[in-house]
Design a protein around this ligand. Structure first.
Ligand code: PRX
Length: 647
């Protein structure tokens, strides 16, 4: 492999940033040598109602696994995001909302945010929602989505945001799993000029969820929707009946703040549960150092609030820091592929944080749509969600940033709550494609498949040796699943599910998932979920799903499908199955390629050999390994002959 190019820290960045190389090293060492002392100090960066005296109480021992931070402190997350800024920043813009249409935008100050959130909280109370109740939020990217989340936090209700692209079935499963009895939605969402029938989807989902007692509907498009008497209320009408004063509920540091469902290698999506104190400390601190946020900066994270990136880095982290955070309803290619950069120019965005898949899609359009915009406000660029290939990194750096903006490639997960491995812009020399070095308090370790820790420049399974405040606390309602998933394969460590290489400089290079989880356009997808959707179709006998390299999406979904006896493959059926998966899970799970497989390669004990299926999908037959143990070795040749990815 050729030596990667190194981009040193620009002088002006080293001078102005919160941490230069020296400061990073010192703080990192302190955080590892004395985590208790380090976090005792930095826990104070947020406001506590009752200060903590205890800092860390963690055991990764399977028999008694618990993770507690600041456990005797009390606070309120929404007060940290809003109330504490009212004394000095009441008139500062908290949220810039940019609508789907370029003519549609809005600015919300901290004072206005306070009033909106208090009113939303009072609407929730009027619906009978109390501390500890679970509230499902199924919303487009409009300010009310942020108000709704912060309103839950204000009264101590636990929000579970479900991405607006999920199907009614997926929504129903997530409502049922956490027994939530209230849903907040909108009549319709709008993205890229197209409408998304959120209320109609909710109605369909609720046919399966009779326990939902109230549905609060925000008007976005004014489209025609059905309202069920006694269950559904229009937000605007309910809001007119409540006051603008709602004192924040005093919450324990370890009270749940939210649940967010994410895919694993087996079974249904898991309800990742985050609590209040540690999460707020960690997201605000990472936002401060990784994005080097200063008071006048305009910061834009392009994620959707339906994903963890939206929770931690559109909402909680930036607002805890009193930032101006931009929330975008649309897509980067509407009405033209210049949109992202036009939005940067329009609002003077200084810090821009997006996913490699978006960059690859824009790269395909060439430099023209970028170059016709100024982008002179941009100072720092960020990447998240999947490995960024060096070509996309260099395009981002040279074309978008014109060689003057460092790129922070931030590695983290829904489970980690915040960024764990990332450059700090004033401290870390960059290598395109590497997430570089761990954040304060993070101790990455690479282990082989037997769990042996590997030293020096090496490659292995990425684990984290110790806890950090933003770590998830449990799988909602299933603590055993939490233990089994993250702490069993390599006892005593948190296992991330990612493979990783460490180079001679100690830099980390994430190589992708080592389990049966796909990363499609930065969205996490369990192969098992797509398979179970496929076999739920009446004509399908069996299905096996794997990932394959995809130019834009990073990974595409490749499905091998065995039909029931008597069913004939056809183009029509192929389309029907794609549509079927879209409606069962959501458009993000659409298979890219479907191969009809009269048989799947199985061991004699009946286990599908995914390794072989992955190779065929990758169009790589050089190293299929030993196929002689297969029950019917002939199926492999048939699959190779009829492969769909012949590029
Ligand atoms: O495989 C890693 C990849 O995304 C996974 C986490 O997905 P999710 O929980 O949906 O959270 C995404 C946003 C934080 C990881 O296990 N991943 C995320 N960021 C990076 C990454 N892979 C490489 N480089 C990254 N910067």
């Amino acid at each position: 492999m050729s030596e990667p190019q190194i981009f040193p820290v620009p002088q002006d960045w080293a001078r102005r940033a919160y941490a230069d190389e020296n400061a990073y090293r010192k703080m990192y060492e302190a955080s590892i040598d004395n985590p208790e002392g380090f976090w005792r100090e930095h826990g104070q960066r947020i406001d506590w109602i009752k200060p903590y005296t205890k800092v860390k109480n963690v055991s990764y021992d399977k028999g008694d696994l618990h993770i507690r931070w600041f456990e005797d402190g009390t606070l309120n997350a929404s007060a940290n995001c809003i109330d504490r800024h009212l004394a000095h920043r009441a008139d500062k813009v908290a949220i810039i909302w940019e609508g789907d249409e370029p003519t549609d935008d809005k600015k919300i100050t901290y004072r206005e945010l306070h009033e909106e959130v208090c009113k939303f909280a009072n609407v929730l109370k009027a619906q009978g929602i109390k501390k500890g109740d679970r509230v499902t939020i199924y919303m487009p990217m409009i300010p009310e989505a942020a108000y709704a989340m912060l309103a839950c936090a204000r009264i101590g209700a636990v929000h579970s945001v479900v991405f607006g692209g999920f199907s009614p079935d997926s929504l129903a499963g997530r409502i049922e799993d956490c027994a939530s009895n209230c849903v907040i939605t909108a009549d319709e969402g709008v993205r890229g000029g197209r409408k998304i029938p959120l209320k109609a989807n909710t109605d369909k989902a609720l046919e399966k969820c009779p326990d939902v007692k109230s549905v609060i509907v925000v008007k976005r498009t004014g489209g025609d929707v059905a309202m069920k008497d006694g269950r559904d209320v229009w937000y605007e009408e309910a809001k007119a009946k409540v006051g603008a004063d709602c004192p924040p509920e005093e919450m324990n540091a370890e009270d749940p703040l939210f649940i967010l469902y994410t895919s694993g290698s087996t079974g249904k999506p898991k309800g990742v549960m985050h609590t209040t104190g540690g999460y707020m400390v960690y997201t605000s601190m990472t936002h401060h150092y990784v994005f080097d946020y200063h008071d006048d900066d305009v910061y834009w994270c392009t994620a959707d609030v339906g994903w963890v990136t939206g929770h931690s880095y559109i909402l909680y982290g930036p607002l805890a820091n009193g930032a101006t955070t931009l929330m975008f309803e649309g897509v980067p290619t509407y009405p033209s592929p210049s949109r992202s950069w036009e939005v940067c120019d329009k609002h003077g965005v200084n810090i821009f944080y997006t996913a490699p898949t978006a960059l690859r899609a824009l790269m395909r359009e060439g430099e023209g749509p970028v170059k016709k915009t100024s982008r002179k406000s941009l100072r720092l660029l960020g990447s998240v969600g999947e490995p960024i290939n060096p070509e996309a990194w260099l395009w981002y750096y040279n074309v978008v940033g014109e060689g003057r903006c460092p790129i922070v490639d931030t590695w983290w997960q829904t489970e980690t709550g915040g960024i764990l491995i990332s450059p700090l812009p004033g401290a870390t020399a960059l290598k395109p494609g590497s997430a570089t070095l761990p954040f304060f308090g993070i101790k990455p370790v690479l282990v082989d498949n037997e769990g042996k820790e590997l030293e020096g420049a090496t490659q292995g399974n990425l684990c984290i040796a110790d806890s950090w405040p933003g770590q998830m606390r449990t799988v909602y309602g299933d603590h055993q699943r939490f233990i089994d998933t993250y702490f069993s394969q390599f006892p005593g460590k948190y296992f991330t599910g990612d493979g990783c290489r460490r180079d001679e400089d100690g830099y980390y290079w994430i190589t992708g998932r080592v389990d049966d989880v796909l990363n499609v356009s930065g969205h996490r997808m369990g192969t098992a979920e797509v398979e179970s959707a496929l076999v739920a179709h009446a004509k399908v006998a069996e299905a096996a799903v794997v990932g394959y390299p995809h130019d834009i999406k990073g990974q595409g979904i490749y499905a091998y499908v065995t039909l029931n006896v008597g069913e004939e493959p056809s183009e029509e059926l192929r389309k029907e199955l794609v549509q079927w998966v879209r409606s069962e899970i959501g458009p993000i799970a659409s298979p890219d390629l479907i191969q009809w497989a009269p048989g799947l390669p199985k061991t004699r004990s009946g286990k599908i050999m995914r390794r072989i299926l992955r190779k065929i999908a990758e169009n790589d037959f050089s190293n299929l390994g030993d196929t002689s143990t297969l029950a019917d070795p002939g199926v492999v040749n048939d699959l190779i002959d009829n492969r769909q990815n012949k590029s």
